[in-house]
Design a protein around this ligand. Structure first.
Ligand code: CU
Ligand code: CU
Length: 337
């Protein structure tokens, strides 16, 4: 198969070439050919923003995203919370598979996955549940699962490496309450993470959070040419997916977003919401909330966002690293009255 590049994304999205973002993605291809000289690709931009183009052309059909409207529902909508009941067992099975994923139109990434998706499935438990995760390695490389949280050393996914064809069951009480992540901890670590072995891990507090429209967003990047720099950025694994299929919400209802960053290579990632403010609780725990419209996270950081949209309408959200935005990390909320 030919080397997959940002340039090929443009080829694959040729009918969308009129859309400025398609053009910018193409320019990313030039940047790559020029050894990631970002100034150079800006200099060769050669397109003019007009009132009729810009972001308006990047909603719905105009957005270069792969798949149907419900493809990512299992990653966006977490399992329902359950009331606190000490000793309950919550069981999950995660299987490592090597899968070629189409992350942008015509762009395939040879991923290492938990259960076939990047990110992997959302794991949810309530504080004091006994979490039991059976891990089966059906991939071609040794892997583990390292959970963030509090647990014994032999459940930490660092020393007990699970070879291809082997399996291991992780079992520990879920704590502390908050929003966490899990990821492979085999070496070389950066490879095992950037290939896609990570996911979101919600531990509900004993005192339940207020009912809300709950969403999970895992920010990531893909290095599709193996040069140690990301060529695409997403939330929940596919470029521009929530521009193609905006996330629905109602004005005034409580919206809660579990946001995590598993981007490799780039030092930080960020989330910016347009036209409204949210409160942000780092790691989803403790008393501290920040009131803002932009948060940044390094790899492994995560937190809980809560807001009630003040207005109906279509509102953008995206990384506030503009380059990440234009390489796939952008979406919309469609807020109804
Ligand atoms: Cu691994
Ligand atoms: Cu970690």
């Amino acid at each position: 198969m030919a080397k997959l590049t940002r340039r090929r994304l443009l080829c694959a999205t040729a009918p969308l070439a009129a859309a400025p973002l398609g053009v910018k993605l193409a320019l990313g291809g030039q940047a790559e050919a020029a050894g990631h000289d970002h100034e150079a690709h800006r200099a060769t931009a050669g397109h003019v923003e007009t009132a009729a183009s810009g972001h308006a052309a990047m909603i719905g059909e105009g957005a270069p995203a792969v798949g149907g409207p419900n493809d990512l529902d299992a990653l966006l909508y977490p399992p329902d919370p359950r009331p606190h009941r000490p000793g309950r067992v919550r069981e999950y099975t995660l299987v490592a598979h090597d899968v070629e994923l189409e992350i942008a139109p015509g762009v395939f990434f040879p991923a290492w996955t938990y259960n076939g998706t990047v990110p992997g499935p959302v794991i949810r438990a309530t504080e004091d549940d006994l979490l039991r995760v059976r891990f089966v390695n059906a991939g071609a490389h040794p892997h583990t699962i390292h959970f963030h949280g509090i647990h014994p050393t032999n459940m930490d996914g660092v020393f007990e490496i699970v070879g291809p064809g082997d399996e291991l069951t992780y079992e520990f009480p879920a704590r502390p309450a908050g929003f966490h992540v899990y990821h492979c901890h085999a070496t070389p670590l950066k490879k095992h993470i950037h290939k896609g072995l990570y996911g979101a891990f919600v531990i509900d507090p004993k005192e339940p959070r207020e009912p809300a429209r709950e969403l999970v967003m895992v920010m990531n990047g893909y290095d599709t040419d193996g040069d140690g720099e990301n060529n695409f950025y997403t939330v929940n694994g596919r470029t521009f997916y929530y521009a193609r299929y905006p996330i629905r919400a109602r004005k005034g209802e409580l919206v809660r977003i579990y946001l995590a960053n598993l981007t490799e290579f780039d030092l930080i990632n960020s989330f910016h919401l347009h036209a409204d403010f949210f409160r942000y609780q780092p790691t989803g725990t403790g008393e501290h909330w920040e009131y803002t419209d932009t948060v940044m996270q390094c790899q492994g950081q995560r937190g809980v966002l809560e807001l009630r949209f003040a207005h109906a309408g279509t509102f953008m959200f995206h990384a506030h690293q503009s380059e990440f935005t234009e390489l796939g990390w952008m979406g919309y909320f469609r807020v109804e009255e």
